[in-house]
Design a protein around this ligand. Structure first.
Ligand code: ZN
Ligand code: ZN
Length: 377
């Protein structure tokens, strides 16, 4: 295998069951012909990871979490090197989704909706690295909270510019989610965009709206420090919906009009209802926030929807968003790395989650650096 200098094992974080965090060593095979092994440089901590640990998502334990990984090719099979045009040492981002590439949804580009089961593993469709592939499936290197990740043939791999710092590159997945949401909303130059939910993806959605040429970008939320941060990522105005009526405030900011496009990424049914009330007649509402299982949302069928003919557009995961996200990171119109506020090692996942749950120190994006705390082995 060209360029192979793999250690015998890879250290990884394992959730063996709900609420339990361990670290383990997993043996590191050579990649198959069509596969590669990624050395993880950084992996973002996502709210999804905390839900996985809590058992809320119902995904299979034991699990290696982490789906926001970037790194470099540690070893690559000969066929994969040819088809992907990659060799050891190249810097890449890998999408979490493992689509079949053959079903009707995949062929129309909506591979986030892949309908195929994987015949080789018998696993259901929608397999996602770091989310729903149990560690018991060989070789057990399916999550990003690890020194290494196994990247099979069906994975979608994007080359990263050599000059892009890992601290910026690690935001590619949340930025890709934001780019998909903006694309789903068909944001056109000059249009007004409201983003509800100034978490990492919401702040990046403001930046993506700006990159799409939006005329005026307004971010709505409830946490003052995050709203202020949004101003540095493309927001012309911010609205604290705890202090003021959001509809009135958006009206005022848009000269008496409502928004052409509203992006909801707060992940709350109340925010989805608010989104519908912030958009103009005939406008578009993108629902990109996950609200959790059994979260019914109510709209007024006639007053909110029928007579206003708004387009309700769910946006799921990041399909099609990585390439525009990489170009945005490369252009560096915003100080992306400043969103990474905290860095932890593989042994510090509990501390990381405590910081996030307690909202300590204005945490925005925490990342895990597998090289932290590792001496020469
Ligand atoms: Zn995520
Ligand atoms: Zn498919």
């Amino acid at each position: 295998m060209p360029g192979t200098a793999l250690p015998p094992t890879s250290r990884q974080v394992v959730f063996p069951s709900a609420g339990v965090i361990e670290t383990a060593e997993q043996s590191l095979p050579s990649p198959g012909q069509d596969d590669l092994i990624l050395r993880v440089a950084l992996v973002g901590v996502c709210a999804t990871d905390l839900h996985l640990l809590a058992g809320h998502i119902g995904d299979p334990f034991p699990l290696v979490p982490g789906h926001e990984f970037v790194g470099e090719v540690a070893a690559i099979g000969e066929a994969a090197a040819v088809t992907r045009g990659l060799s050891a040492g190249d810097r890449v981002a890998v999408e979490m989704l493992l689509p079949c590439h053959g079903c009707a949804r995949c062929r129309e580009g909506r591979y986030n909706l892949c309908e195929a089961d994987d015949p080789s593993s018998g696993l259901p469709h929608g397999r996602q690295l770091g989310v729903n592939i149990p560690r018991t499936v060989s070789p057990g290197l399916w999550g990003g909270y690890a020194e290494h990740l196994y990247v099979p043939r069906e994975a979608i791999v994007h080359r990263l510019p050599d000059a892009l710092a890992w601290e910026s590159a690690v935001l590619v997945e949340p930025l890709a989610v934001a780019c998909r949401a903006i694309a789903r909303g068909r944001v056109a130059p000059g249009e007004s965009v409201v983003v509800i939910g100034p978490g990492p993806v919401g702040i990046l959605a403001a930046a993506a709206a700006r990159a799409a040429g939006a005329g005026r970008v307004i971010v709505v939320g409830t946490r003052a420090n995050r709203l202020e941060l949004a101003r540095r990522f493309g927001a012309d105005a911010v609205v604290n919906s705890r202090e003021t009526d959001a509809v009135d405030a958006v009206h005022a900011e848009l000269g008496g009009r409502l928004a052409d496009v509203v992006i909801e990424i707060a992940g709350a049914t109340g925010a989805q209802q608010q989104a519908v009330r912030l958009v103009r007649r005939g406008g578009r509402v993108v629902l990109a926030g996950a609200c959790g299982a059994n979260a019914p949302v109510t709209f007024l069928a006639d007053e909110d929807l029928l007579t206003r003919e708004i387009d309700l557009l769910p946006s799921f995961l990041s399909a099609g968003g990585f390439e525009p996200a990489i170009r945005m990171l490369e252009r560096a119109d915003f100080d992306y790395a400043s969103l990474v506020t905290h860095r932890f090692g593989l042994d510090e996942v509990r501390e990381a989650y405590d910081v996030i749950e307690n909202r300590d120190g204005g945490v925005l994006k925490a990342v895990i650096d597998p090289s932290v705390g590792v001496s020469a082995r």
